[in-house]
Design a protein around this ligand. Structure first.
Ligand code: G4P
Length: 195
């Protein structure tokens, strides 16, 4: 998505050869116009999949997931990272290990909001090692729902998640794929110049 690439180039800060800071429009302050366009783009790319629920993980996935759900006319559900007051029996849950943050999170979704027959579109802000997507897809499996696809705002193509998930046959659409962050420069994957 060209507008996203332009924004990443304008406002993204390379913190290291593996970490990109995009706090000014995605991870802290949110640009609603840009989120709206992302939602329209994801909805367009997954329109034929009969999506019934958009699912994400708190917190930075919520804005793009909500915009996508709005466009598709379905609810958005976010998995919580904190312990819920609800009884564990009422929850689907999975463990997610973040290599980036070196922390383990128990993620969960109430059984009230996901069920068999749901066609699920997962949305997340970053794809690095793919652990969040794996954890969310485990929850989709527990609900006996179908994982119809995954929409990612920024995929770090130099990390393993995208390849690992595509090898499992998962349909992933990333709005921007970064090839490299070395030498303080943001380089996008060459063929990644579509809408
Ligand atoms: P993975 O799910 O693909 O394995 O990714 P990983 O565990 O490495 O990422 C964990 C957290 O770090 C996620 O946020 C993810 O969005 C974020 N992250 C990964 N790479 C980058 C990066 O280059 N830049 C930024 N800004 N974030 C990155 P989270 O813990 O879920 O936080 P949040 O959703 O509450 O913001």
């Amino acid at each position: 998505m060209r507008r996203l690439q332009e924004r990443i180039l304008r406002d993204g800060r390379v913190l290291s050869s593996t970490v990109l800071k995009v706090d000014s429009f995605l991870n802290h302050q949110i640009d609603p116009e840009l989120m709206k366009e992302m939602g329209e783009t994801f909805a367009h790319r997954f329109r034929e999949k009969g999506i019934t629920k958009v699912v994400t993980l708190e917190s930075s996935g919520i804005a793009p997931a909500a915009m996508t759900a709005l466009e598709l006319g379905v609810p958005a559900v976010f998995a919580r990272k904190r312990k819920s007051l609800t009884l564990a029996d009422d929850l689907y849950s999975a463990e997610v290990y973040s290599y980036t943050k070196q922390e383990r999170n128990q993620i969960s979704i109430s059984r009230d909001f996901l069920s068999s027959g749901d066609q699920v579109l997962l949305i997340d802000d970053f794809l690095a090692n793919g652990q969040a997507v794996l954890g969310l897809s485990e929850i989709v499996k527990q609900a006996d729902a179908t994982l119809a696809g995954v929409g990612i705002v920024i995929e770090k193509g130099f990390q393993d998640g995208g390849r690992m998930l595509r090898e499992k046959g998962i349909h992933i659409e990333s709005l921007a794929i970064i090839d490299s962050l070395s030498d303080q420069k943001i380089r996008f994957q060459k063929e990644d110049v579509t809408v």
